[in-house]
Design a protein. Structure first.
Ligand code: NAD
Length: 317
């Protein structure tokens, strides 16, 4: 299959993703879809004007659902824009209407690739997209805490004065207020960061707690300052897309379906997962300690309560 990607929702997040895709030359063909057709046409023209400076030739155009038939991946970035003071979960009912409409059109198009979701609340919208699409669970993925993990790596790298690429640390659970960091699996190169904190080597336990808190709440600060967050998520989506199109078998903390792992099933939540051309090849099960397991279980409860509010069985009819 050629590396054709479609974006549904060409707002701030969708276009930041598109811009990252063009700058990194991640696909051969990029289709922009939105209910605001005039906007996608303008966006496509604008992006085409940058192609002289891009690393590869790309076909970029404003399209519609018929263009999905031979696409490898569709990324859903449509949804209500964030509003200051709202949590991601507060957008649940507005987002499900959008998701239902989009998934119906994707199914009707004959699309047979991978669905990547960014719409918030992302873990719940990914579950809904999976249910509504009838696709295999491995082919429906949420961006989950890929972004939060990048934020964590950035904060740790700054504090330790080490390149972000040498920080291996994940935020897991909800892409939202119940997320947490399993610190026992955070490494700076080959050094466990918890061990570094116990020796006060460049970082303390208090600073780790502050960083975890900052990562959990940073989106609220960004939204207060500039109304929305988009560059970081755009680049996170591009990273996940690249892992899929290039069959990388890379480990990313996406929102994946649990089928008994971590003692839970029938839920989408963020855990480190191996990503390749088939989507989620495998969920990695970290042996969490008692405190971490309690936090994870709490996050699953939040997910399940909110899935329950959607009444998906009736929505499927
Ligand atoms: P935005 O308002 O800038 O863009 C949303 C776009 O969706 C608009 O262009 C709108 O016309 C389009 N749209 C709405 N309904 C549609 C439909 N049925 N079909 C096609 N297009 C439709 O908003 P934004 O800031 O880009 O945010 C979009 C979504 O991304 C929100 O749900 C937001 O919460 C989410 N988001 C997720 C993350 C993450 O980490 N997962 C980060 C930031 C934002």
């Amino acid at each position: 299959m050629k590396s054709k990607v479609a974006i549904i929702g060409t707002g701030m997040v969708g276009m930041s993703y598109a811009y990252s895709m063009v700058n990194q030359g991640i696909c051969e063909e990029l289709v922009l879809i939105d209910i605001n057709k005039e906007k996608t046409e303008g966006e496509a023209i604008d992006l085409n004007h940058g192609l002289s400076f891009a690393p590869r030739k790309m076909k970029i155009y404003s399209g519609d659902y018929a263009d999905l038939k031979d696409a490898a991946l569709v990324c859903i970035t449509a949804g209500p824009p964030p509003i200051e003071g709202e949590t991601r979960l507060d957008t649940l009912h507005k987002s499900i209407g959008v998701m239902k409409n989009i998934i119906g059109s994707i199914k009707a198009s004959g699309f047979d690739g991978i669905i990547l979701i960014a719409t918030n609340p992302v873990d719940i919208m990914t579950y809904a997209a999976w249910k509504l699409s009838g696709f295999d669970k491995s082919r429906v993925i949420g961006s989950g805490t890929t972004l939060d993990s990048a934020r964590l790596r950035s904060a740790l790298a700054d504090k330790l004065d080490i390149n972000q690429k040498n920080i291996h640390a994940y935020v897991i659970g909800e892409h939202g207020d119940s997320q947490f960091v399993p610190w026992s699996y955070a490494l700076c190169g080959v050094q466990p960061i918890y061990h570094m904190a116990s020796k006060n080597k460049g970082i303390s336990f208090e600073e780790l707690a502050d960083i975890e808190d900052e990562v959990r709440n940073i989106a609220y600060k960004i939204i207060k300052a500039k109304k929305a967050t988009y560059y970081g998520i755009g680049m996170s989506l591009a990273r996940i897309t690249k892992a899929i199109l290039e069959n990388e078998n890379s480990i990313l903390s996406v929102s994946a379906y649990l089928d008994g792992q971590y003692g839970h099933d029938d839920v989408y939540i963020s855990v480190p997962s191996v990503i390749n051309k088939d989507g989620v090849r495998e969920v990695i099960e970290l042996p969490l300690d008692k405190g971490e397991k309690e936090k994870f279980d709490k996050s699953v409860v939040v997910m399940k309560e909110n899935i329950g509010k959607l009444d998906l069985e009736n929505n499927l009819k």
